[in-house]
Design a protein around this ligand. Sequence first.
Ligand SMILES: Cc1ncc(COP(=O)(O)O)c(C=O)c1O
Length: 415
Amino acid sequence: MPVTIAPPPNSFRNGPDERGRFGIFGGRFVAETLMPLILDLEAAYTAAKADPAFQAEMNSHLTHYVGRPSPLYYAERLTEHLRAQAAPGQGAKIFFKRDELNHTGSHKVNNVLGQIMLARRMGKPRIIAETGAGQHGVATATLCARFGLKCVVYMGAVDVARQAPNVFRMKMLGAEVVPVQSGTKTLKDAMNEALRDWVTNVADTFYCIGTVAGPHPYPAMVRDFQSIIGRETKQQMLEMEGRLPDSLVACIGGGSNAMGLFHPFLDDPEVAMYGVEAAGHGISSGLHAASLSGGKPGVLHGNRTYLLQDADGQIADAHSISAGLDYPGIGPEHAWLHEAGRVTYLSATDQEALDAFKQCSMLEGIIPALEPAHALAKVGELAPQKPQDHLLVVNLCGRGDKDIPQVAEILGTRL
Ligand SMILES: Cc1ncc(COP(=O)(O)O)c(C=O)c1O
């Protein structure tokens, strides 16, 4: 039975307002040339959201092409392992929401499917995207191949090197991959280039953004497409355990997998939520990607949110072992939930993520992507502090195949 999720008044799920604001965050700070496009997109999305035919077509592709629902899996060996380190009676029961099993290997496809269907509805034949880890690029290239659309993916040159398998996959799928040489040559720079492309090719191009960032309506639209993760989790946990989970844990780059898991639970006060940012070499080292722990509010990529900045307000370089978390900002809804105190934001270092990557592989036979390995690292700290009847769900939002060459190199293993 589907779970009803209509938001009550004063709900955390009512945002954003009509100007795209979550409190003081969000909005649409864009060049004049882009404004008509953004308004068109908002109108098209509002109409599609209310159209049962659009929803039915999307659900059909989610089932038959993406492979949803993804399982909610009891991670028994990890649970037992952490209980062995906990005080008597302590050690939460850990579940993985297995979005790494989706076609293309991560949660990114949930959102891309929605945006590509919207692009087709709007008659846009050319799709552009930015990508960090390459997962959003692969998902976009995949759906462009499936629907016969032209696809151009912008990717920082550093990420092109560290995510080589995904670059090859995108090319196999017929996409053009443009290495971006500006700035730190990572995700922020890829997004800058994609926005430049969009301004110059306004007539035929749809910009498919990969996370809950960018100008309104992207943060809310991407969140809505990703909320299938939380809706399924709610229903599956009710079926498996007869009640809601006690905690949800998810990694944060821009924050789309986390928003997707959290959003349907925001008005369930008994459900605690933890977002995990990338602490890189440690917050005090300055080499990290933790915008909430180490940043302050500013404007980037069309919205106001927490950003890593230098003393002059210039965007500071982010660092993470994980290309998908290597972004100096965070989606505006997270900035708002942070200030409202509804979600707790933690951070995990490169080394902690690497240790969790190995632990999950050895204990559960699941090689996670480096991104959710950050969430798993904090599960290793949170679970032993909770009682044994505490139900904890972590979003396993990507599989680790793409990270094998990088991790092998870090571990000094020749492939
Ligand atoms: C597997 C995986 N997880 C998480 C992320 C981070 O993105 P978000 O915070 O939008 O979920 C990425 C980004 O590339 C990714 O590939």
